[in-house]
Design a protein around this ligand. Sequence first.
Ligand code: FES
Length: 285
Amino acid sequence: MACGTCNCNSPEIENLFMPKEALITETKWMTKDTKHFVLKWADGSKVSHQPGQIVEASLFGFGEIPLGFATSPTQENSFELVIRQVGRVSTALCKLEAGDTMLIRAPLGKGFPLDELRGEKVMIIAGGLGIVPTRSLINYITDRRDEFKSFTLFYGARNPSELLFKEDLVKWRSSKDVHYFETVDGCCEEDNWKGNTGVITTLFKQAEVTPDTKVIICGPPIMYRFVMMELYKCNVPHENVYVDLERRMKCGVGKCGHCQINDKYVCIDGPVFKYSELDSKEEAL
Ligand code: FES
């Protein structure tokens, strides 16, 4: 049954305002300020969400922050989140360790349009923290590889130490399931980086992108415009481009207006949008 609260395709959940307790089973610092959490629902229920949907994670006395699922629903018994320490709530959440609990409202919003991607050539372009929500789709595709045609992934970070999911990167670099390309904006000698250096658009020289490719973009706002210019050169129409805009969210359920882009609410109409829905909206990108 579809969600009765926001018309998304999520299974119906009882009350989007009521957080559920999630038990942290593993944690790991991925960089000096970014922490990876593996969690499971404290009541033992299965994880059920669409790739690209979001959660609101909270701690009593501190508040709540929106985060993207970092895992695919093909991973049924646990889910993963990544939190960067940037404010009061995220700093408090990052102090939690295995055995602690946090409160979660999920799944919220509309994720990636799997029905439109199945059977197609898919390309994901992820910059910085954009790799976190797109990993939910990357893992979905690699777990169900025969449902998709070619799969290309571009990932860019500021420098080698900012690359996240290092174990995944090792896998992707040698995997036949994904054409994986990576870059860093810059590096120093101690990084011993042998890969591409330059902004993410420099990777377009290395990969063939045909107009029938379905492209998903997620990253810092500055990245979208330059990636769109490259896709234009490859004749990819706006209808084939999807953007994941996890930004400025607060309530996550269409009540506070923080996430509004003209007549769209990122939290309930997105966070994933077809680019053609947004290209006339000045505030969007
Ligand atoms: S986050 Fe409150 S309306 Fe979208």
